[in-house]
Design a protein. Structure first.
Length: 96
């Protein structure tokens, strides 16, 4: 479906572009009557900065979640059947 169909999402949920491996993410900011747009794939460092700052709540919140999830994994609190599930929504363009 991905090669023939374009999907456009507007979201504040980082799972959608990150786990969906979005080919193009557009971060839009409105200030002083102007719109600034930064775009690129999820592997682009500037796009990653916007995902962390806007969608993840900042670097500190992102790092804290990483620590919490890591402790869950080390304590085997997540059933192994859930760890093997791989979901990859198909999308080509994401606007947040």
């Amino acid at each position: 479906m991905k090669p023939r169909t374009q999907f456009i999402f507007a979201t504040h949920n980082a799972n959608i572009p990150v786990l969906g491996d979005a080919e193009n993410v557009c971060a839009c900011e409105y200030s002083d009557g102007k719109i600034q747009i930064v775009g690129g794939g999820v592997d682009a460092p500037l796009v990653q900065q916007h995902i962390i700052s806007v969608m993840e709540g900042g670097r500190e919140a992102f790092e804290r979640r990483r620590e919490v999830y890591g402790s869950w994994l080390s304590k085997n609190l997540i059933p192994s059947c859930l760890l093997s599930i791989q979901k990859k929504p198909q999308m080509r363009l994401l606007i947040f």
